[in-house]
Ligand binder design. Structure first.
Ligand code: AMP
Length: 466
């Protein structure tokens, strides 16, 4: 099946071909016709499946082949499509995709998100755009200042809606909805389906088409998952050793806390591994710079918290490391989804200290498989070691699948020994040869969109484009 046979114009198909895509991904095969039909859509797909093109391409088709439903006075341009995203990074990436796919058609786009000067955004909005990609908070700032007009919106996309709810945006979303015309097409994309998402979908969508694609990282069989047991205090040393002795490049490392991310990045640098931390306390420009350096290969390791990493689109990322296990099991799925994307193979490595075994059990229950434990010679856990959890520096989040509240954490302890055991990049540790990677193929998840946890979800599906 080709893009042109899905009903997209030659100019759009050409842009897609220039981007190097030869055929649609499963979500695109289902979403493109559904969106072109003009009805509402509820899509279960996570980042890495190609969902962005799944909604952007048919929206471009619509905007280039139809007249505005609510034309602006005096022929001015009005926003016809609003795409809401949870994070600035995702907003920037989605809009980059919009620009890429629209390069041969007359469609303009821009982003508005917080953390940057509002004035250039006001100027850009005043000149008029067809597609606006926004985070909810900054969009409402513009609405309050009357620098954005949403009364011409024909298509609304909620991208990564589950994460928007996780981040507490439900009230902002409801306020945005009040600013939109009642008659419009609504597209809701979410990786997971909690009761809150179902409630949001119920209120928002009218007889939605429902589509679902397998989580890339649980069924694509492209991500090798490994768990290495190690004491918390030796994780940093082991990580430096693994990066150095295997000469890994582009390693995305997850920590649970911002402080942990900062500390680890500093320690990796001391070990000779170019690294930076990326998290919510960093300015937008610092985050953008870190991401750019990481993408070009200047930075060997990027240390990130879950929220900061959400939506990062780094193509062919070869290594994801869980330095700390997430206390919300779904975050594990999101994290390892950063590798093995769009057909590339990748490795997801978790460094597991004894205090995190409960988290790993929750994760294994969620992904419905057991990931075998390994030990690395010279880094075996000491049965007498005190492994205590990292203290959370963010408010507890509601886990959707048995995630433990952050309050479970005890006092900060188990700081890495910092004895300089890590080795500079590219320098193998003598006598500490890497154990052969156990290629663990991932299996189907028990939390699939239409599976047992989606109780009540299918029953209200008026039509399906499965
Ligand atoms: P997304 O899920 O939208 O974040 O996309 C994940 C990655 O897949 C991005 O790097 C896209 O550029 C890439 N991608 C999207 N569609 C295709 C396709 N049809 N073929 C190959 N790669 C794609």
């Amino acid at each position: 099946m080709s893009f042109s046979s899905l009903g997209l114009s030659e100019a759009i198909v050409r842009a897609v071909a220039e981007r190097g895509y030869t055929e649609p991904t499963p979500i695109q095969l289902k979403a493109i016709p559904a969106v072109l039909s003009g009805g509402d859509l509820l899509a279960g797909a996570q980042t890495g499946t190609g969902k962005t093109a799944g909604f952007v391409l048919p929206i471009l088709q619509r905007l280039t082949t139809t007249q505005p439903v609510h034309p602006a006075p005096a022929g001015r341009r009005r926003i016809r499509t609003l795409i809401l995203t949870p994070t600035r990074e995702l907003a920037a990436q989605v809009e980059e995709s919009v620009r890429d796919y629209s390069k041969h058609v007359q469609v303009s786009s821009t982003t508005v998100f917080g953390g940057v000067n509002i004035n250039p955004q006001i100027d850009r909005l005043r000149r008029g755009v067809d597609i606006l990609v926004a985070t909810p908070g900054r969009l409402l700032d513009h609405a309050q200042q009357r620098t954005v007009d949403l009364s011409g919106v024909e298509v609304l996309v909620l991208d990564e809606a589950d994460r928007m709810l996780d981040m507490g945006f439900i009230h902002d979303i409801k306020r945005v909805l009040k600013l939109l015309p009642a008659r419009r097409q609504n597209l809701l994309f979410s990786a997971t389906f909690s009761d809150e998402i179902k409630a949001l979908a119920d209120g928002l969508l009218d007889k939605p088409a429902m589509i679902e694609v397998a989580r890339r990282n649980t069924t694509a069989e492209l991500v090798q998952q490994r768990v290495i047991e190690v004491d918390r205090g030796r994780k940093r040393e082991l990580l430096s050793h693994l990066i150095g002795s295997n000469n890994w490049f582009q390693v995305l490392v997850f920590t649970r806390t911002k402080h942990g991310a900062n500390r680890l990045a500093e320690q990796l640098v001391k070990d000779g591994i170019p690294a930076l931390a990326i998290h919510g306390n960093k300015s937008q420009s610092a985050r953008t710079r870190a991401l750019a350096e990481f993408k070009t290969g200047k930075l060997q390791a990027l240390v990130a918290t879950d929220i900061a990493a959400r939506g990062l689109d780094i193509v062919d990322l070869p290594h994801v490391v869980n330095f700390d296990l997430p206390n919300v099991p779904e975050d594990y799925v999101h994290r390892i989804g950063r590798t093995g994307r769009a057909g590339a193979t990748g490795e997801a490595l978790s460094l597991l200290s004894s205090d995190e075994r409960g988290f790993m059990r929750d994760i294994e229950r969620l992904i419905n498989r057991q990931v075998p434990r390994e030990r690395i010679a010279g880094y075996e856990p000491d049965p007498n070691a005190r492994n205590e959890p990292e203290v959370d520096d963010r408010p507890p989040r509601q886990g959707r699948g048995g995630g433990r509240p952050a309050s479970r954490s005890g006092p900060a302890a188990g700081r890495p020994a910092g004895q300089g055991g890590g080795r500079p990049a590219g320098q193998a540790a003598p006598g500490a040869a890497r154990q052969p990677a156990q290629a663990v193929r991932t299996g189907p998840t028990s939390r699939s969109f239409g599976g047992s946890n989606a109780a009540g979800f299918r029953s209200r599906a008026p039509r399906s484009v499965r």
